[in-house]
Design a protein around this ligand. Sequence first.
Ligand code: PHE
Length: 350
Amino acid sequence: MNELNAIVDGARAAFGQASTPADLENAKAVYLGKSGRITELMKGLAALAVDEKKSRGAAINQAKQAIEAALVARREGLAEAELLAQLHAESLDVSLPGRRRVAGGLHPVSLSSERIEAIFGSMGFEVAQGPEIEADWFNFTALNTPEDHPARSMHDTFYVEGGTANAPNLLRTHTSPVQIRHAVQHVKKYRHLIDAGQAMPEIRVVVPGRCYRVDSDATHSPMFHQVEGLWVGENISFKDLKVIYLDFIQSFFETKDLDIRFRPSFFPFTEPSAEIDIMFGAGPLKGRWLEVSGSGQVHPNVVRNMGLDPERYIGFAFGSGIDRLTMLRYGVDDLRLFFDGDLRFLSQFQ
Ligand code: PHE
């Protein structure tokens, strides 16, 4: 009897020490398994006399039941402890402040684009878009820059594989190709008026968008933004360009204390051509000429590629860097900040 009591006590102690269900199953095997202590005692019964067998068998059974009860109790205990631990780990502190959804906002370059569209919209300009993977024809050839023209090398072009004369084969280096795309559509629409010698509604369009060149430093990014402007009609002059651009740039920077100048330059698709510089009369940039745009009178060859007669139609175009305008407007000195995706920087514009 004492021996049985000792076994039961041993089992209880072993079960009590098991701290995981796996430990408990191992401890169970020691007592109730195939060659466990109780099983071995049962096997020993065979050698006893009949009445001894009876009493001894009953005692062993009792011990076995006691061990089984201890096992069940410990199993429940472990399961409960596990549940408690889980509840504790996943508990909610309802007194903590909730996680708010942060309001998103537009990127500073997008804010500038929208601003530019709104200003030119108020002057009667449409907004057009074009593909970023462009055909050689629209990006260069139609803009009076034939295949062997040295000005092509001024654009550090990303060429893509494939491409035929009219198929996309490069990442556009400027938004100027949309001049041609838009003008051709416009001319198609009003062909009947033009052919009848009547006045065609003027082409007045701005084209904001992404451009690509192999170029990267504090003021150049391989991907950048330009806004192209185009105005074509029967009686447009450089004077109109100056008035429009001055009006635009003063609205953009919200100051009348801002001057512009045209500096002779070269673009294959305009003749004459000029860089547009601006100068603030006050503020941190006061008194310095800053280049913000290329411009010029649309070259007769380009007018022809639009499907118009250069003897009758004339116009101007400009292409301004939106990133540069945005840097000047917000006083940002490194262009790369715009494209690093750092919310600490970007959230300041909201
Ligand atoms: N596309 C020219 C550039 O990227 C800018 C430009 C546009 C110049 C329109 C003249 C007229 O450099």
